[in-house]
Design a protein around this ligand. Sequence first.
Ligand SMILES: Nc1ncnc2c1ncn2[C@@H]1O[C@H](COP(=O)(O)OP(=O)(O)OP(=O)(O)O)[C@@H](O)[C@H]1O
Ligand SMILES: [Mg+2]
Length: 251
Amino acid sequence: MSDAGSPPAAAPAGAPLLAVDDLVVAYGGIKALRGLSISVHEGEIVTLIGANGAGKSTLLRAISGLVPAKSGRIAFHGKDLRGVAAHEIVARGVAHVPEGRGIFANLTVKENLVLGSWSRGSRADLAQDYERVFALFPRLEERLSQAGGTLSGGEQQMLAVGRALMTRSRFLLLDEPSMGLSPRLVEEIFGILEQIHRDGTTLLLVEQNARRALRLASRGYVLEAGRLVLEGPTDALLHDPRVEAAYLGGE
Ligand SMILES: Nc1ncnc2c1ncn2[C@@H]1O[C@H](COP(=O)(O)OP(=O)(O)OP(=O)(O)O)[C@@H](O)[C@H]1O
Ligand SMILES: [Mg+2]
């Protein structure tokens, strides 16, 4: 999938920040990823789109050490992540905003946020982290002592992103941050992602809202049934008839 003559938003030169190579992940006998290879370079926003069950969340979970890989390689900063414990992967700088947000309903907003800072091993400078999160999400500050479960869907999504920022990771995995949100909130969340990126964070964004994700990212991958079917600069993917037919129709 290359568009001769257009400036390559193809993978930048140099060593990638994240390199996934020929990754196979299975749940019991069922292969969810069947030899998947992607890369993310520092400073990029890369998106992964695909239908329900394509294996998008499985990829993010494998990177975060939440499901084991059967074979293949996952390297972050050139170092193997396979077999590394999930908490250690967070400590190495990979933060995950999971599908469904993963908010602790009975903990307050503040307690949910503090959990994000645990991977740092030190609670020093917490005030600075709160400041950064509240600058992006003023609504969280107003609701600090409220139980997470009482927040609206949009607020819970903000809390999930805020908690990930509390890790101070420079690499964020985002699993369908726009799911279930109104169009206005989708715009708000995407605007915030853009800002987080501008502030120096690399993003790997999984989305079913393909059009919006392709507009935000510079490169994209299309996953079907655990395999890549297309990849390339998002400008090209947005105009690819196969992407239009399968993922952009009717939006
Ligand atoms: N814990 C599990 N046990 C067994 N099978 C699973 C498990 N999690 C996912 N699968 C299967 O693996 C495949 C990929 O699932 P995955 O959740 O990664 O897809 P997805 O692309 O994130 O889908 P969605 O868009 O619905 O979130 C699916 O066939 C799914 O049924
Ligand atoms: Mg998923």
